[in-house]
Design a binder for this molecule. Sequence first.
Ligand code: PLP
Length: 399
Amino acid sequence: MANRPDLKTLSVHAGEELDEEFGAIAPPLILASSFAVHPDAVGFSAYDYEDQAPYFYSRWSNPTVRRLERKLAALEGAGDGVCFASGMAAISGLLLHKLSAGDHLVLSNACYAAVAELAHDTLPRMGIEASAVDTSDLAAVEAALRPTTKLIYIETPCNPILRLADVQAIAALAKARGAELAVDSTIATPLGLQPIALGADYVVHSLTKYLCGHGDALGGVVLGAADKIDGLRKESLVHLGGLLGAFDAWLILRSLHSLPARMAAHQAGAAEVAAYLEAHPRIERVLYPGLASHPQHTLAKSQMSNASGLLAFTARDGAALARRLAERLEVFTYAVSLGKSKSLIFYIPTDDIQRTSFRLSEADLAAYRAWAGEGVFRVSVGLERAEDLIADLEKALAD
Ligand code: PLP
């Protein structure tokens, strides 16, 4: 990593060589489904598509999307990347590409809800077994490994409870046991965490969140070694078809120019809001990796270079407080998602996420409740002035 240009410079320049036709300083938006080719240059099937082949059909690759893939690969120090229509398309594409009937997956037992549902409901129908464990506990990860374990899939920090996993330690474990490690780094972003440098095989992002940052596009990416990404493109993108549209890619490409500046501002705002909430008598617990009170703050400090803008808190009578906040907040918006310029807040009751998504064992549910109580308010601190966010919360929390 020492010889790589700074992420600020890469965020602006990587993947953005000057447009040769017009010399435009912004990347061209190529809205073409297919491209004129010579019959000797490409075959008809993805299996015949060579790395250096010209653009052919936008489900394979598109020049605007390709620029985004190159920029993201540079930011993560990965060989290559392939973009998808959403974070879930990227995750399901990776899992379906890597896992076959008889294979075993180990994943975080607290993670983005749709990933838990995919692992509990969809993968078993294909003969793929999944074990959901607390990936903040290295011994639990190790105990879950089987000879058939092909992939360990972690989210750090995880949605919605901001629990961390030690990427370097889990990568070493995966390697020793002949498995691969994929890290969903959506919440950390490349500014906060560099999973490939820590030994991960794949990094996954929902581009919909910080990497887009403005709440106007959805997308996903998987990054890793170039040969592995090539196989993923051919199967999960070409055959399953969940491609990222060129316009969304262009929006995200442009947004990435400001990612380092935005993440610095998100982190600074979140630190102020977290400190305010931690001192508020109505709030029971605040979970933010940047706070000294976070149970894994030491790991956060050693593994992350930006604590991001997402925090969670617990409070008595969460459901009633959620209604009150939705009605009273004016700067925050009561909405799902995270990582946007606008601050968002959303309540996730433990009973609901347990029933619909996590389906934890009794012991794991007790551990989840010890961390997240009866539910967490997920707070995505945007780019507004922190004093305005705090004043908004103060007014809404007052009796
Ligand atoms: N991973 C994480 C950590 C997320 O928070 C989300 C969405 O909230 C996803 C993946 C899925 O991304 P998308 O909504 O772009 O499909």
